[in-house]
Design a protein around this ligand. Sequence first.
Ligand SMILES: [Zn+2]
Length: 312
Amino acid sequence: MLASTGTAQAWGFFSHRLINRLAVFTLPPDMIGFYKANIDYLTDNATRPDSRRTVVPGEAPRHFLDVDVYGDSAVYKLPRSYPDAVAQLGEDSLLRHGIVPWQVARMKGQLTAAFQAHDTDRILHLSADMGHYIADACVPLHTTHNYNGQLTGQRGIHALWESRLPELLSAGYDFFTGPAPYLDRPTQTIWAAVGRSHAAVDSVLGFERELSRKLPDDRKYGFEQRGNLTVRTYSRDFAREYHQRLNGQVERQMRLALRLVGAFWYTAWVDAGQPDLNALPRTPSEKEQQRLALEAKQAAQAPTTPVAGHED
Ligand SMILES: [Zn+2]
């Protein structure tokens, strides 16, 4: 039995989990105890926004921004305020072409408010989710309309870059980033991250194209066992050579992602007046745990029909 692995899930579950987890270790002493106590929560829930794509209306566009549909230098020009963007571009366009930087900026405000309210449930919930969207903003193919190479005959490149490469190679990555910095202008920071991701799109697509010319299909693809399924996927040789041509790009973007996740958590806490996290309940409430269990159940039973927005 054959199945394709070409889904366009952000970063792949493996990387999202790793990024949220490693971000905890960038936090200052006043925060790290609380976050370490919840490191499994932050890891396990790192992928929740992807799981609920087909359940929650409006979820899909939060994970990407098709910068190129707005023109070459759009990333420098698009309105940073969401209401301004709605006024200028129309909400239809925004929801079709993605809203990830606006989503992160909005959640930064929500997380600051949750710290001010000393609300453990919301702090954890927002920290986990915001980590996911920040990580998505660091994936080059989350900033282009050609998000899975579907316009250039390179279908499958999304999973190659964000799942296959880190799963094969991340054991050798260097994730040391030092302590999370305070962000004076968090909105500018997330837009800069989207700009950097978008600048990498050409090499992400170009190197795959070059390499595909060099390696015939029987060397480009291989078959691997996944549970009971035999799946066709990019071969290990192809993945390794692609990685070499990208010269550590996936590793750099993962490192940027985890550093930014830590920085946004830290900045929200500072902007909330540095509340004493040791005085908060250490774990999510019973009610929140029940809500999460219900959400997970709904996501598991969700229809598998694609929803609009990088659905390939
Ligand atoms: Zn995502």
